[in-house]
Design a protein around this ligand. Sequence first.
Ligand SMILES: Cc1cc2nc3c(=O)[nH]c(=O)nc-3n(C[C@H](O)[C@H](O)[C@H](O)COP(=O)(O)O)c2cc1C
Length: 176
Amino acid sequence: MNFEELITERRSVRAYKAEPVSHDILEKILKEAQMAPSWKNLQASRCYVVESPEMLEKFRELALPSFNAKSSSNAALIVTTFVRDLVAFTQGQPDTELGNKWGAYDLGLHDAYLVLAAKNAGLDTLIMGIRNADAIREALSIPENEDIVSVIAIGYRDQNPSLRPRKELGEVVKFF
Ligand SMILES: Cc1cc2nc3c(=O)[nH]c(=O)nc-3n(C[C@H](O)[C@H](O)[C@H](O)COP(=O)(O)O)c2cc1C
C-alpha cells in the first residue's frame, strides 16, 4: 500500500473480526511507531499492550465505557501514555508556555505513526479518548509520573466505514 492509499484509506473502525493479532505483528507496528520524531529525541511516549484474551475481556469492562467496549471487542488494546514533566522541561521548569502539552504532542505523533503502521500491516484501529484513566492505571500498574492518554483498539476490520467529511482547506489553513 503506498502512502497516499494509507492516509486516504485509514478509518476509525468500530467492529473487528474474532481473529487475534499476532504478538510479532504488534511488535513490528510498535517499533515503526518509534520512528516518530520527538522533542530532543526524548521518546517519552509509552505503550501498554493488552493482548491476552482473558485480560482483554476484563480490561475492556473496567477501562472503557460500554460504547467503546463494544466498538473494540475482538481487538487488542494499546494504552498510550507519556512521561510527565520531561518533554520541553529543563530542571523541572517548562521551556515554553505549553508545559506538558509538548509531551502530549509527541505522543500524538507517535500514535499517528502507530495507526498508519497498523494500516500498512493490514490492520485497523480505533483511538479512544473516552476511558477510565484511574482504572487503567491500577490494572496495568502504570507509574504516577505518566499521563494516560488514549486506548487504541487494533485488529482485523469487520466493517467498511466510509470517509468522514473533512473541512475545506481554506477553513483550516491560511497561506501568507
Ligand atoms: C484523540 C481522539 C480521541 C477519540 N476518541 C474516540 C472515542 O472515545 N470513541 C470513538 O468511537 N472514537 C473516538 N475517536 C475517533 C474519531 O471520532 C475519528 O477519528 C473521527 O471521527 C474521524 O474519523 P476517521 O478516524 O474514520 O477518519 C477519537 C479520535 C481521536 C483522534
